[in-house]
Design a protein around this ligand. Structure first.
Ligand code: ATP
Ligand code: MG
Length: 444
């Protein structure tokens, strides 16, 4: 191609056609039900970017592509994908016809004005009948880069990797591939109810379940008016953050202070923490079952505190009819804290407050309660009535991110957003759309 024509061609093709190429890993190991997982992943990708329209999600062989051709904020869309579980890695890519000339035009556009001391071309063909092999493509495109930039080839540790994915009808080219969270798409593994304190551990545990593809319903026990409402505010802030991973959440706020007061009247101090936990598990289980959740999850880690010894964990599990999952059981506090920081929950969790379980509890609770000892003290309580009081007193709040979507209606259009912004008044519009929180009917 003559240089003048090539420059014009580059400018033409360089009206870049952006898209995001999403690769998954674990889903590809699924055999028969892979389409179900993929459909869920595609749905979640659309939901995570619902306010950044237009984004068209298309399933292609071995990958999902987000078509951003008419989108004005491709980078903003890309940043959202980092929090969609099930994504192994992703990149902001450009699509071109599968000819070497078209590929070179986009590569030129991507590397011009960029300094990189070494590079490699990573060409892959998704179909083998393409007239050039990957090695031939690597060579031809590599030679083109060497002509245009002062750099060298380094196949082992390149400063820049130019990935070229050749599909039957087009090619994707990109520079910076980013790791996704991995795991499975939320909504593909059923629902769990997470016992969410305001502490560091339980939000991390809930996130681990999200990452394994569960939807999570949150249950928080508070002791208002015996303790201030800080723990509820923290629980809301934590759910708000975690909703970025599942787009819609419910938080059940269970009044526990009155229940604790009754426990204190008849249960000796050493046994109280375990009795509180057993009551929490029974109440959470009732909420879970009403919400279609098949398991509970907690932030317990073996041996971390008195209620988390094997003996006391057994006492807690004895009252549960559904599994109690403890995704952090083998982690130490430093590992959990590092994960909380990565997730952005740590700063919320360390805000000072008093957990309800610190109320009426001695400094040294029993670490090894026997089953019959706990049953004996519980016999003094009207357990069924206490559980009913907790369940009936629970208030439900709903959270949405990035915006509330009415089932069957789809994401709001720009027009509707504008109406909403006007109705809620400028600055508060962002918060409103980020967190469409409502209180009331848990069955909605
Ligand atoms: P966390 O950091 O999650 O609060 P922790 O190390 O403080 O955990 P505990 O206070 O013994 O440990 O709580 C163990 C688990 O019990 C928590 O991870 C959480 O799942 C549940 N839990 C404790 N307090 C509450 C609460 N007020 N509401 C809901 N769940 C709770
Ligand atoms: Mg705690």
């Amino acid at each position: 191609m003559c240089p003048r024509f090539q420059a014009a061609y580059i400018r033409g093709v360089a009206r870049l056609r952006p898209c995001i190429v999403v690769h998954y890993h674990e889903i590809s190991l699924k055999a028969g039900n892979r389409p179900l997982f993929l459909r869920q992943l595609a749905k979640n990708l659309a939901r995570a970017t619902a306010d950044l329209a237009p984004v068209r999600v298309v399933q292609r062989s071995g990958r999902i592509v987000l078509d951003l051709e008419a989108n004005e904020k491709p980078e903003a869309v890309r940043d959202r994908i980092a929090r969609v579980s099930g994504v192994a890695n992703f990149a902001l890519a450009y699509r071109v016809p599968s000819t070497p000339e078209a590929m070179k035009a986009v590569i030129a556009r991507l590397i011009d004005g960029r300094e990189f001391e070494s590079f490699r071309i990573a060409a892959r063909r998704a179909f083998k009948s393409y007239p050039m092999t990957s090695v031939e493509l690597n060579r031809e495109l590599g030679a083109f880069v060497l002509e245009r930039a002062r750099t060298r080839v380094d196949l082992e540790r390149p400063a820049l990797t130019i990935t070229v994915e050749v599909m039957p009808d087009e090619t994707f080219i990109y520079l910076d591939r980013q790791p996704g969270p991995g795991g499975l798409p939320v909504g593909s593994s059923g629902t769990v109810a997470a016992l969410l304190s305001g502490g560091i551990d339980s939000p991390v545990a809930a996130w681990r379940m999200l990452k394994r593809g569960c939807r999570v319903v949150f249950v928080h026990f508070h002791s208002v008016p015996y303790l201030p409402a800080t723990s509820q505010a923290k629980a809301r802030a934590l759910v708000d953050r975690l909703t970025e991973w599942q787009y819609h959440s419910r938080l059940f706020l269970v009044p526990f202070g009155e229940i604790q007061r009754e426990v204190v009247l008849s249960v000796p101090p050493a046994a109280r923490v375990v009795v509180y936990r057993r009551l929490m598990v029974r109440i959470a289980e009732a909420v879970a079952q009403a919400q279609g959740a098949m398991a509970l999850t907690t932030g317990e880690s073996l041996g971390q505190v008195a209620s988390q010894t094997l003996e006391n964990i057994s006492r807690i599990d004895e009252v549960a009819a559904i599994p109690v999952l403890r995704p952090l059981i083998g982690m130490d506090k430093l590992e959990i804290t590092a994960e909380a920081r990565r997730l952005g929950t740590f700063d919320i969790s360390i805000e000072p407050d008093l957990d309800c379980c610190t109320l009426f509890v001695p400094p040294h609770p029993a670490t090894r309660l026997a089953a019959d000892a706990v049953r004996a003290v519980e016999d003094r309580l009207d357990v069924a009535r206490l559980v009913r009081a907790g369940v009936e007193g629970a208030a439900c709040e709903a959270f949405d991110w990035p915006m509330a979507v009415t089932p069957g209606v789809g994401p709001p259009t720009e027009g509707r957003d504008a109406v909403r912004a006007a109705a809620t008044g400028g600055a508060s519009a962002e918060r409103e759309s980020r967190q469409g929180r409502t209180t009331g009917d848990p069955s909605q």
